[in-house]
Design a protein around this ligand. Structure first.
Ligand SMILES: Nc1ncnc2c1ncn2[C@@H]1O[C@H](COP(=O)(O)OP(=O)(O)O)[C@@H](O)[C@H]1O
Ligand SMILES: [Mg+2]
Length: 429
């Protein structure tokens, strides 16, 4: 790795933590182990913390690749155009420090910042995002969380030599040729299987695609995508809406949660139903438009009713999966839903009928259902006990039971959007 600083870069080391030296050798955090296989980060990592004890503790946690500073003002003169991720310690939460960060980031687009806060309030998150901080972690923090955030920010830095989403092509606002496809799962009945279908389809697409794939939980009151994928999101869609005016790919990327087993990115639903009110159709559409700039596919899970947000989503979607269970109320409601979509002038070509529990003991005949709806089914997902078992484990069934018939059905569904051959490689994480 080349030298990025005019002077001898004693504090700066590219090629990641664990291999390089710092001006002052920081002690290692005694109880916090580094991740098993630390990723190679080709970016400078600077820790800024006024309190010497906290500084030592965090430096120990991050490892030997980090360089330590007691203020932003101390870091600024050392910059020379090389990408740097600045980790702001808990003493930087004050307005004065955030104002310095804001100035620095505005002047130097090679700098990305992460804040480690003692605790997170909406007010602090808002001020941090306004100051241009890309991610906020809260204490207690693990080395893994820091590395994941650093890597994510490093990927977004303008002149970063390693500006790649992990294992994927660089998300790039300037590449209009690669606008991602939006697939929304919708049904007019709760429990039809929208979330199971959206999550498993998104996981398969993420493993097939060589670009990022994102699952958006737009069931804003009762979203359960995070539970189904056993994720503990640090950020949700509410944070994206809080900074909607300055939302760009890098800010939005910092709000996504990675599903490590598949490489899927998730934009989580609000943690509390009350926050759902803060998200309108315009905000949702803007978020989707930003996501599709760097994702090959954006899969959206929805609630079981039409509202402005759902209508906005249907409008911007390339495809709408109409999910229906195989019983009379499901089919009756789907028929009403189809009529509503027709009234809204939704092009029929967008719609894909997905019949869930298609082998159900209730014995509704698929061809009879198709005749009633005057639409042919594009995918049939069988009923299988492995589905609720996987849901309860927080593992998508396509990973929990890869040989099951239900997984085969999900693979056929994914083939409609990205056949295996079209994906340049399969990614398993
Ligand atoms: N094909 C299936 N076979 C067996 N159980 C299923 C199937 N699809 C969904 N389920 C069960 O139904 C429940 C409801 O599905 P979910 O996707 O949450 O519905 P929705 O999002 O439409 O409300 C899930 O927890 C799952 O256990
Ligand atoms: Mg659901």
């Amino acid at each position: 790795m080349s030298s990025f600083f005019a002077e001898e870069p004693d504090w700066y080391r590219a090629e990641a933590h664990g291999q390089s030296s710092t001006a002052t050798e920081p002690p290692r955090g005694p109880s916090l182990a580094a991740p098993a296989a630390p990723p190679a980060l080709r970016v400078a990592v600077a820790l800024i913390e006024r309190d010497p004890n906290l500084r030592d503790c965090l430096a120990g946690l991050i490892g030997q690749g980090v360089s330590v500073f007691s203020s932003i003002e101390e870091l600024a003169p050392r910059l020379n155009g090389t990408p740097v991720v600045a980790i702001l310690g808990p003493s930087c939460i004050h307005d004065g420090d955030l104002a310095s960060v804001d100035r620095l980031i505005q002047q130097r687009n090679e700098v990305g910042a992460i804040l480690i806060a003692p605790e997170l309030s909406t007010a602090l998150l808002r001020s941090a995002l306004r100051a241009g901080v890309k991610d906020v972690l809260t204490l207690p923090v693990t080395a893994e969380q820091i590395f994941e955030a650093v890597e994510r920010i490093a990927n977004t830095l303008k002149s970063s030599p390693a500006a790649q989403f992990p294992g994927q092509t660089k998300p790039d606002d300037s590449d209009p040729g690669e606008i991602g496809k939006v697939i929304t799962a919708f049904s007019t009945k709760g429990g039809a299987g929208k979330s199971v279908i959206a999550a498993n389809l998104a996981v398969l697409l993420a493993m097939r695609s060589d670009r990022p794939v994102c699952l958006v939980d737009a069931d804003l009151q009762f979203g359960d995508v995070s539970v189904m994928l056993k994720l503990a999101p640090q950020h949700t869609i509410v944070d994206a809406v809080a900074s909607i005016d300055r939302l760009d790919t890098s800010l939005l990327q910092s709000l996504l949660t990675l599903h490590p087993a598949s490489g899927l990115y998730v934009l989580a639903a609000p943690l509390e139903p009350a926050f759902a009110d803060q998200i309108g159709a315009a905000e949702m559409v803007k978020i989707i438009e930003v996501l599709r700039r760097f994702c090959s596919h954006v899969v959206v899970d929805t609630p079981a009713y039409f509202n402005d947000v759902v209508l906005g989503l249907i409008e911007v979607s390339d495809n709408v999966l109409l999910v229906a269970g195989m019983d009379v109320p499901n089919i009756k409601n789907l028929k009403i839903g189809l009529q509503t979509l027709r009234l809204l002038n939704t092009p029929k070509e967008k719609l894909r009928l997905v019949l869930n529990r298609a082998n159900s003991k209730a014995r509704l005949d698929v061809s009879e259902v198709e005749r009633t709806l005057q639409v042919n089914a594009d995918a049939l997902i069988p009923s299988d006990v492995v589905v609720p078992q996987a849901v309860n484990k927080g593992v998508p069934v396509v990973l929990a039971s890869p040989r099951s018939t239900v997984t085969k059905a999900f693979e056929a569904l994914a083939d409609l959007f990205l056949p295996v051959e079209a994906g340049k490689r399969r990614r398993r994480r």
